[in-house]
Ligand binder design. Structure first.
Ligand code: 0X9
Ligand code: ZN
Length: 302
């Protein structure tokens, strides 16, 4: 029996996808669902929420490109639900102004594997010699395999044999290039560490509109903290964690010229790590949506 999402639990791929299809039946003409395929022929489900058919700008939110980071899709589906259902004037304004795209599970093969076989699985499931999977967040065609990636197929950060060797990343990138609206905010949810990460992962240089994006992200972290006191660190991928090229936010920023393209590393800082207890889903989602709304509001000035 498929459970309906209430954010008191983590859900399987099938449950998340069934919930999404129900939304498209209940919100005809507002919620539309597209799918692209993964290596194992699962659906990478893309949900579009459009209250305004003449909107020319969009927000794009993806999660669970890394399989074991379950809190990431729990938060993105919570935000999807709030964008659809909330009567808060602030949310009503942002859903009328932008079309909202959500990809709750970018890496469905890995996600299913993390539910069924190995809770801490990270990568895709495409076979490479004796090992399985490439890191789909090292596989995008932007400074591919230059930093913080590995040529060894058995590594957790294996970049794959070539850019976009992983179907889920390749097909999502192709979908992104065909979106008719201008994406103003692109958010990739990960866990864990409590960070807001700014491009780029391949250089220590601060490129394009770094100062503006830093200020907005810094304030977004303050907004996040004001709900439950959760502290986030803000900076470029290279400055805050480690050089890591070939990630989705770098590709999105460079290829689609998105004013705000960031990754959140959600709760916690290591006590539970990837195994964040389900009773933290709702507080994590609540504090995160506050900061996301702030970012989307600020994106109009960039
Ligand atoms: O290493 C990663 O891919 C991310 N950290 S995680 O622990 N969730 O694996 C950081 C991603 C930062 N973004 C890019 N490198 N583009
Ligand atoms: Zn991750």
């Amino acid at each position: 029996k498929s459970r309906s999402l209430d954010w008191n639990n983590y859900y399987t791929l099938t449950e998340i996808q069934n919930w999404v299809y129900k939304l498209s039946e209940n919100y005809v003409n507002i919620v539309t669902v597209d799918n692209v395929k993964s290596y194992e022929k699962r659906n990478v489900t893309i949900v579009k929420v459009s209250f305004n058919s003449s909107a020319t700008e969009a927000v794009f939110i993806e999660s669970n490109i890394h399989a074991r980071e379950w809190i990431s899709s729990a938060v993105s589906t919570y935000i999807l639900s709030e964008i659809l259902n909330s009567t808060e004037p602030r949310i009503v304004e942002l859903r009328n102004k932008y079309n909202w795209y959500f990809v709750p599970v970018v890496n469905p093969d890995g996600f299913a594997y993390s539910h069924e076989h190995d809770r801490l699985w990270r990568k895709t499931r495409k076979p490479y010699g004796g090992c399985f999977g490439a890191d789909p967040n090292r596989n995008w065609d932007n400074h591919w395999n230059e930093f913080g990636a590995d040529d060894n197929p058995c590594s957790e950060i294996y970049s794959g044999p070539k850019p976009f060797s992983e179907q889920c990343a390749k097909n999502l990138a192709e979908y992104l290039t065909n979106i008719p609206e201008k994406i103003r905010t692109y958010i990739s949810f990960h866990s864990f560490s409590q960070l807001i990460l700014i491009p780029y992962g391949y250089t220590t240089e601060h490129l394009e509109n770094y100062d503006q994006v830093y200020n907005i992200s810094f304030n977004a972290a303050e907004v996040l903290k004001s709900r439950y006191g959760t502290s986030y660190t803000v900076g470029t991928i290279t400055d805050v964690i480690y050089p890591a090229s070939g990630g989705s936010i770098d590709w999105a920023k460079a290829t689609l010229h998105i004013p705000i393209s960031v990754a959140y590393e959600l709760r916690d800082t290591g006590k539970y790590g990837f195994l964040l207890p389900p009773d933290q889903i709702i507080p994590t989602a609540e504090e995160t949506i506050d900061s996301v709304l702030y970012m989307v509001e600020e994106s109009q000035y960039l």
